[in-house]
Design a protein around this ligand. Structure first.
Ligand SMILES: CC(C)(COP(=O)(O)OP(=O)(O)OC[C@H]1O[C@@H](n2cnc3c(N)ncnc32)[C@H](O)[C@@H]1OP(=O)(O)O)[C@@H](O)C(=O)NCCC(=O)NCCS
Length: 80
């Protein structure tokens, strides 16, 4: 998005490799690689996955939208 924010637009793990922590490891590596940027993602049917990472969910009050998940600020090198 800009110098402060980074969107994960989509993440997919090969079917045979799912449920073994690969997705979690990839997101953790991305956050480690970008310590100055706050990552976020719009969940596509994977709310539990993003929640298990400890990311904060934001549900649109009108309903019918994908849940927005944002990396906790405490994980950043310079939390705002
Ligand atoms: C979502 C996805 C990337 C997760 O990758 P993964 O390697 O299977 O995830 P992990 O093994 O690290 O799982 C971590 C936790 O998230 C949960 N989880 C994983 N995928 C999930 C999903 N689609 N929905 C709900 N929970 C999910 C796991 O059950 C696990 O929780 P647990 O420890 O309580 O069992 C993978 O399932 C995938 O490629 N799905 C299809 C594409 C997709 O839906 N992408 C998300 C777009 S936002």
């Amino acid at each position: 998005m800009d110098d402060d924010r980074l969107e994960i637009q989509f993440i997919e793990v090969a079917t045979a490799a799912r449920g073994r922590g690969v997705g979690t490891q990839v997101v953790r590596e991305l956050t480690a690689r970008h310590p100055d940027r706050r990552l976020f993602a719009y969940s596509e049917g994977a709310d539990k996955f993003w929640a298990r990472l400890g990311w904060e969910p934001f549900v649109h009050p009108a309903g019918g939208y994908r849940t927005l998940f944002i990396q906790p600020a405490g994980a950043l090198r310079n939390p705002l």
